[in-house]
Design a binder for this molecule. Structure first.
Ligand code: PLP
Length: 437
């Protein structure tokens, strides 16, 4: 009698099998060999027929390849557009393609025509300057916090930065801008009060130790009632008088004013009103990848770019590619999700409700407000509609495949279509039906 274990295929034969070879290439040779060895072991122990080894290896490698990252896609049914816990802005199709295209070798620091080294990310910086003609210079850093850190450190390390007491903000998860700025050596000098700070407060505080004036947009909260803040133009004037630069952290990254968000500052306006340096995030209202933008007077921005810290805060080629594609492409998803009309949302919601009700789901259509979220336009409600389901749907939706994050409110589970791309509606319907089982 022949030993059935002798029928177990050899490692090289398994790896060369047409069913295995393509998936093995995706997970890499070392992982593939380990999976083959483990599967052969099982067959030797009698737990698997020798002729099933190849199929088993192919299936395990395919599963490995599919779960190369533990990050799972989520359908955002919360109505919160810039959702920090969901990675803020989803990239545009063009930006996604640009990331894939930039994943290999690219000429990020090379001039192919001359065969010589070239300025890193020059295409992205040019796109930024085209979008904001008032900016003589531009830099792209890791995030908004990095942009602010570099600006205050390069301009004011060891000296003082004037900032309104009402703008000493915490940006989330326990991180506070004052602590961030002081961690790199600039000293903050608070002026004014929590609710009111005027130009005179800054003027009184300016002294020989003052190196810069900082204005921070309070992007994630609103102070209502008896409030005032010094406008950019007035602060710029004070700065010029004393020969010190004005840094404006606009936070959300609007490059131009958006009539729907009248209280949201934008880079073009801040520069026109006299800001010397503007800092912002790339993945809030700009709708691009995580990044920090520095825009401003050419020689100041150049000085920031030469500071040693700039090297530690710089972005990779994937971010540069995604940002350029966002800037040069059509309106990003964040923009359309904020601007979509309530009527359009209602129509989409009613169509889905009918499909769901037709298949037995206990669904209603209700008016519901969305939010910009993510530290932008805190007081601005976005009128819209939602599917209302029993609260018990929320957990199974979250745990489903695809995962769906809804909003629970007033004992109900609200599914808001504002941030759900039309092409994901069919998936969403199936996910809701599965959650009801
Ligand atoms: C969001 C925000 C930051 C931080 O930007 P990140 O991109 O999250 O690092 C800084 N300042 C303001 C005013 C913000 O709104």
């Amino acid at each position: 009698m022949s030993d059935p274990r002798r029928a177990i295929p050899r490692t090289d034969a398994v790896l060369a099998d047409p069913a295995v070879r393509p998936v093995a290439a995706r997970v890499g040779r070392a992982h593939a060999r380990r999976v083959v060895r483990e599967t052969q072991e099982r067959a030797r122990a009698g737990g698997l027929a020798p002729e099933a080894v190849v199929d088993e290896v192919a299936a395990r490698l395919a599963a490995l390849a599919a779960s190369a990252t533990t990050l799972r896609p989520v359908i955002n049914a919360t109505g919160v557009v810039v959702h920090t816990n969901l990675g803020r802005a989803p990239l545009t199709p063009a930006a996604r393609e640009a990331v894939v295209a930039a994943a290999g070798y690219v000429d990020v620091e090379l001039d192919l025509a001359r065969g010589a080294r070239a300025a890193r990310g020059r295409g992205t910086l040019a796109a930024l300057r085209e979008q904001v003609p008032g900016a003589g210079g531009a830099l792209v850093l890791n995030n908004g916090a990095a942009a602010l850190l570099l600006a205050t450190t390069a301009l004011a390390a060891g000296r003082e930065v004037l900032v309104s007491r009402g703008e000493m903000v915490e940006i989330g998860d326990g991180f506070r801008l004052p602590a961030l700025i002081e961690s790199a050596g600039a000293r903050l000098r608070e002026v004014g009060t929590t609710n009111r700070t005027g130009l005179a407060d800054y003027a009184e505080a300016v002294g020989p130790a003052t190196a810069a004036i900082l204005k921070v947009h309070p992007s994630n909260f609103r102070v209502e009632g008896f409030t005032s803040a010094a406008p950019v133009a007035a602060l710029a004037g004070l700065g010029r008088e004393h020969g010190i630069p004005l840094v404006v952290d606009i936070g959300s990254g609007l490059l131009r004013a958006d009539p729907l968000l009248p209280e949201e500052p934008d880079a073009a306006t801040a520069l026109r009103e006299g800001a010397d340096v503007v800092t912002a995030s790339g993945d809030k209202l700009l709708g691009g990848p995580q990044a920090g933008l520095v825009l401003g007077a050419a020689e100041l921005v150049e000085r920031l770019g030469r500071h040693p810290m700039a090297r530690a805060l710089r972005v990779d080629k994937l971010t540069l590619a995604a940002l350029e594609a966002t800037l040069r492409g059509p309106d990003p998803f964040v923009h359309s999700a904020i601007h979509v009309g309530a009527d359009e949302l209602e129509a989409r919601t009613r169509v889905l409700a009918e499909r769901l009700a037709g298949r037995g789901a206990p669904v209603e259509v209700v008016a519901a407000e969305g939010r910009v979220g993510g530290g932008g336009a805190p007081g601005v409600p976005l009128p819209g509609w939602a599917l209302a389901l029993p609260e018990g749907y929320a957990a199974p939706l979250r745990l489903g495949d695809p995962a769906v994050l809804a909003r629970t409110e007033g004992g109900r589970c609200l599914v808001d279509l504002r941030c759900v791309p039309v092409e994901e509606e069919a998936l969403l319907v199936e996910a809701i039906l599965a959650a009801g089982c």
